[in-house]
Design a protein around this ligand. Structure first.
Ligand code: NDP
Length: 249
């Protein structure tokens, strides 16, 4: 991780779960971390919980990634305060349950705006910052097994029906970015991390109860992010899919 010392990593959705776990690991690994989220009280709680000598490397900015103007404002602030972006972890995401063919279009739109367009807004600005400064940075997408293997809707659990298309699209976004960057002669890396079920706030309690111990922890996913980042400049980890041992889907 030597080459990332004091480099700037932006993490969307750093206020809880996987994003917060990534923030802890990256700050501890010596990076300057900017956490984006809507709940600034939770970002502040995270900052306070860090060991004192690491706190100065955690920065926070309120940002709803589904709103392009808010993303523009946040990234302008990062450029001005910290000089640019070297690593982006597209992690912010939501789940809204229902049958895709019956649920309100505004709910589907909300999922797509957050999970897909939010990642695209952040990616465009982060890649722009990296290219302007000729930095071989890293774009990471926290995707899902639903985004690579699909999802078999369960009539008793419709939580992922509309979420799945947003994550499938993210798989395409990462692959297109990878190819575009190669065509531009860029050394920027792209990685998708595809977890199965993880014990975070996004997963309903009844699903957690059903899964029992067959569930990943946020830190397991953050360790995969750290691994992808820690590879040498010539190595690109394209996909990491991780499930808890025993997870069927
Ligand atoms: P959490 O609910 O704990 O975290 C979601 C994070 O996303 C929060 O920090 C939340 O912050 C942020 N967020 C949501 N909407 C927005 C928005 N509009 N603008 C900015 N931030 C937003 O769940 P996870 O940690 O599990 O989720 C992180 C990612 O992992 C998601 O993309 C999810 O799809 C993915 N994932 C999760 C799995 C799981 O089983 N938990 C499995 C596979 C993938 P705030 O509300 O403060 O804005």
């Amino acid at each position: 991780m030597d080459r990332w010392q004091n480099r700037v990593a932006v993490i969307s959705g750093a206020s809880s779960g996987i994003g917060a776990a990534c923030a802890r690991l990256l700050v501890a690994a010596g990076l300057q971390v900017v956490g984006l989220a809507r709940r600034t009280d939770r970002l502040e709680q995270l900052r306070q919980s860090l060991p004192e000598e690491q706190r100065k490397r955690f920065h926070q900015h309120k940002c709803d990634v589904s709103q392009e103007l808010q993303v523009d404002t946040a990234f302008e602030w990062i450029e001005k305060e910290l000089g640019g972006i070297d690593v982006l972890i597209n992690n912010a995401g939501i789940v809204l349950g229902g049958q895709l063919i019956d649920m309100p279009a505004k709910d589907i739109n909300n999922i797509l705006q957050t999970n897909l367009m939010g990642s695209i807004y952040c990616t465009k600005l982060a890649a722009g910052s990296m290219r302007r400064r000729q930095v071989a940075g890293h774009l990471i997408f926290v995707n899902s097994t639903a985004g690579v293997a699909g999802y078999k809707p369960d009539p008793a659990d419709e939580s992922l029906n509309a979420y799945t298309p947003s994550k499938f699209a993210l798989t395409a976004v990462q692959e297109i970015c990878r190819q575009e960057l190669i065509n531009q002669g860029s050394k920027i890396k792209t990685t998708s991390i595809n977890p199965g079920w993880v014990a975070t706030e996004i997963v309903p309690d009844e699903t957690k109860a059903k899964l029992g111990e067959v569930i990943l922890q946020a830190d397991d996913v953050a360790q995969a992010v750290l691994y992808a980042l820690s590879t040498p400049p010539h190595t690109q980890v394209e996909q990491i899919t991780l499930r808890a041992v025993g997870e069927y889907f």
